[in-house]
Ligand binder design. Structure first.
Ligand SMILES: *Cc1c(COP(=O)(O)O)cnc(C)c1O
Length: 381
């Protein structure tokens, strides 16, 4: 059996047996393929949460369509369902909802609304692989979903992503696009292996902060293979060689990493309970457990005051605090209007992105993180 088929079969344990899975160089490319398969084109509009990665509106803009943002709910960090209907127009084609930090959106309501207006739904499962919503796997509920296997997503192939199609009407369209997919080169394969090795060898608590900034510097400047190139955070024009498939190196890593995934997920869930108990005990904001029993907990979000000082303290103490969503269109901090984002329209997203940081979940021992939080309680909201 080809390695691609093997990987697909193993993944289907997390998609209720659905094998309509299509592989790409990154998650954002999978989103682009989905939008194309849904016929998103010049002048169309796509609804998405105002709290996401810039690569999501980029994929919409590459289709010639316009991203239409909707504010989020502070409890779930996901799209506020009550505000979606207001922004639907005759140009709307798709609603994208997200699994921020692993938490689910109000998918049942979103699907019902989409049905009424004849819109497609896409679930951004880049944080939510392996989690459940109403007893069903993330990704299975909307017309389609996309996943990321970038190194700090639920399981890693260095970088990478795939699309899952649930609405059979889309399958022929996405298959048609397959012939345009650029085949990864030998050097693409090697870059993946080098990235993976470097990460395994060098990243630990002691080096985390240093390597994070060094890696971001190198990848933004195109020296090493990274999550986002300068093109993607400076402009809204599709980079050359964007529509690339997944390499053999990625399939191989993916197969291996999936074998360890359930253990990893259990560890994340266990640690999430420990953080929740700690935050509750100190009357701080925590993830509301009763809403989302079975979500996948990729990272644990908390809110802090004086975030820069808090980050500096974490650096000094070698605590691996994450800095996702320092802006509503992570990691863009300036000129958000280029992505059609009006900075005054989404107060919740704006406030949350001013305060949020995330805690690591996959460590065997989070004792040092808890001790750090305990010493710095006055920062935590
Ligand atoms: C990481 C991420 C993506 C994109 O995934 P890539 O594989 O890096 O392209 C999309 N949406 C969200 C919310 C993400 O965090």
């Amino acid at each position: 059996m080809r390695i691609e088929e093997k990987f697909k079969n193993k993944l289907s344990n997390f998609t209720e047996g659905n094998t309509n899975i299509f592989f790409y160089w990154k998650g954002r490319v999978a989103l682009f393929a989905l939008l194309k398969s849904m016929g998103v084109d010049e002048g169309d509009e796509v609804i998405l949460p105002a709290f996401t990665c810039v690569v999501v509106p980029n994929a919409i803009l590459y289709c010639g369509a316009k991203p239409i943002y909707v504010d989020i709910l502070s409890e779930t960090y996901n799209i506020d369902f009550s505000k979606i209907e207001n922004v639907i127009t005759s140009k709307t084609k798709v609603i994208i909802c997200q699994n921020t930090f692993g938490l689910s959106s109000n998918i049942e309501d979103i699907k019902a609304l989409a049905l009424r207006y004849n819109l497609y739904t896409i679930e951004d499962c880049t944080h939510g692989f392996g989690g459940l919503y109403n007893g069903r796997f993330n990704g299975i509920n909307c017309d389609a979903a996309f996943f990321s296997t970038q190194w700090n997503k639920p399981f890693s192939t260095g970088i990478g992503g795939f699309a899952l199609i649930n609405n059979s009407r889309l399958i022929d369209n996405i298959k048609y696009l397959e012939k345009n997919k650029i085949k990864p080169s030998l050097s693409d394969n090697l870059s993946i292996l080098v990235l993976n090795m470097a990460r395994k060898l060098f990243v630990n608590s002691f080096t985390y902060w240093f390597i994070l900034s060094f890696y971001r510097f190198l990848s933004i400047n195109g020296v090493v293979l990274g999550s986002s190139s300068k093109d993607e955070i400076d402009s809204i024009i599709e980079p050359v060689n964007f529509f690339k498939g997944m390499s053999i190196a990625q399939f191989t890593l993916g197969l291996f990493e999936l074998g360890r995934f359930n253990n990893l997920l259990e560890k994340r869930k266990k640690n999430a309970v420990v953080y929740t108990d700690f935050l509750k005990k100190h009357r701080k904001t925590c993830v509301v457990e009763k809403l989302f029993d079975n979500h996948s907990f990729l990272k644990y979000p908390i809110l802090v005051k004086n975030r820069n000082v808090f980050f500096d303290l974490a650096k000094k103490n070698k605590i691996e605090i994450g800095d996702w969503f320092i802006s509503p269109l992570h990691p863009i901090e300036k000129e958000l209007d280029k992505w059609c984002f009006d900075d005054n329209k989404y107060p919740v997203a704006k406030e949350i992105s001013r305060l949020v940081v995330n805690l690591p979940l996959e460590k065997k021992n989070i004792g040092n993180v808890l001790a750090f939080l305990n010493e710095n309680l006055e920062f935590i909201i």
